[in-house]
Each structure stands twice: as structure tokens, then as C-alpha cells.
Write a protein that binds this ligand. Sequence first.
Ligand code: SF4
Ligand code: SF4
Length: 272
Amino acid sequence: MNGYNPFTTGCHIIIADGLKGTDEQYVEINQEYVKTAKIGRAIMDADVIISLNHFKGHEGTGFGGAIKNIGMGCGSRAGKMEMHSSGKPNVIPENCRKCKQCIKICAHGAISYNEEGKAVIDHNKCVGCGRCIGICNFDAIKSPNDEAADILNKKMAEYALAVVKDKPQFHISLICDVSPNCDCHGENDAPIVPNIGMLASFDMVALDKACADLVNKQEVFENSYLAEQMKKGVHEKDLFHSNHPETNWESQIEHGEEIGLGTKEYELIEVK
Ligand code: SF4
Ligand code: SF4
């Protein structure tokens, strides 16, 4: 749906946690929010991380850049659920077709069926592995996506640490077509600021901070989502806050620095 395939990208695509999102590796990090991260196995098989990301606004994390590409991008389905939610998945009864596939995948005996034959999840038994979400062909099982913005950002930084902690790493950010929302939206909107260019660094925290600072110096495009927000009177402390006032991008940077993922200090070296 988003064009993540070899025909649109011109290169091979590997879905790192497998076609069902269950091929993962546990990585112990013992951080404040994440003790054991669940990372797509193909990512952990890599010797070196070279990450190319699209820098844009984001409705949950303020912006999406290098930290998000690695932290959220490399988490398995269960890992993504752990970052996005404080709880466990729920069944949407209207979508449930009573196919009884989900009970086969749950290793914790958390799924049963009610009198109507629809699936029910017992949260006392559920461990939040997310496997049932992948097995349901009818979108009847959903993660609550209810984690507070700051905690989402902090978990994401901790996941990023799990991915790169023993590996050489290099990050490239493309600040072009800066959309108001995440690229996972099929229906994303027009850019909110002019294109800036390409930034690169061995330090993903410094890179994200530099990108955010550059975007914040831009003129906002007339008629963009962000301009509409500002016309409505949403004038927060910077463009990302005005774009999505309930978000707080600084917490991914601050926490990233606290846990040793990188530093927010940077020097811009222009390459012509
Ligand atoms: S797999 Fe989906 S549709 Fe089938 S019983 Fe489970 S929740 Fe319902
Ligand atoms: S998330 Fe995992 S443990 Fe919970 S109901 Fe689904 S398959 Fe079972």
C-alpha cells in the first residue's frame, strides 16, 4: 500500500521481522522502559547499520527521523506494539468473522470465544506478543496505540539503542517533502516547509537535532496542514509542536542522550 516493494524502490526489500511479523530476536538492554527489546531478526543479522530515512512531521513522536527509523523501524510487530501501547491488544467484535485462527497462534492461552463465537482476549494471560494481530486476516485485533507521547519517544530511543549497541552505524536523513504526518499513512498531506537537503552523521541523536533545528528555521508553506493549524490559532513553541501540539519531539533527543545513544551537540559541515 505504501510502495515498500522492489518495483517502486529499485532495490531488494526484506521484511526484517518476517511476513507475519513474528521473526524477532530478543535484545536485553535493561533500560528504564524497555528491559528486553524485540527486534526483527534480519536486522540483528546485519554486521553494520547504514540507515537512510525521510525526515518528516509525526502525529505521535513530533517528528520522524534517524532515531525513529532505527527504533520503531527495526522493532518487530511485538516490539512496535510495546513502544506504541501501554496495554495489550483488543478484539473489535464487529470485525471478527469467527474464523478461530487467532487461538492457534496464542502460546499463552489468552484467547477464547464468547457465546457469539467471537474472539475475546484475557489480559491477565496475554503477554502482549502481538502474534494474534498478524494472524487475523480481518483486522479484528488491534493494539491500543495509547502510550503517552513522551514514553513512546523514550521507548523508541531505547529500542534504537538495542539495535546499534554493538554495531558500527551511519545515518542519512533526507529533509525533503517534509510531510505533516508519518510515512505509514497512505493518505499523507503536502509538504509543510521547503526542501532542505541531505544530512548525515555517525550520531543519530545529533543528526535528528540538527534536522529539527533546520526545519524550525523554515517558512511554512501556505495552505499546508501546518499553515492551517497556525491559522486556527495553534502557535506552539516550534513548528513540530504547532503541527501536532500533543507531541514533544525533544523527549526522543533528551532520552537518547541520557541513555548514551548519542549527543545533541553538533557541528554542521556543509559539503558542496
Ligand atoms: S483471527 Fe480475527 S476474525 Fe478470526 S476469530 Fe480471531 S479475531 Fe476473529
Ligand atoms: S498478544 Fe500474544 S499473548 Fe496476547 S492474545 Fe495475542 S497472541 Fe496471545
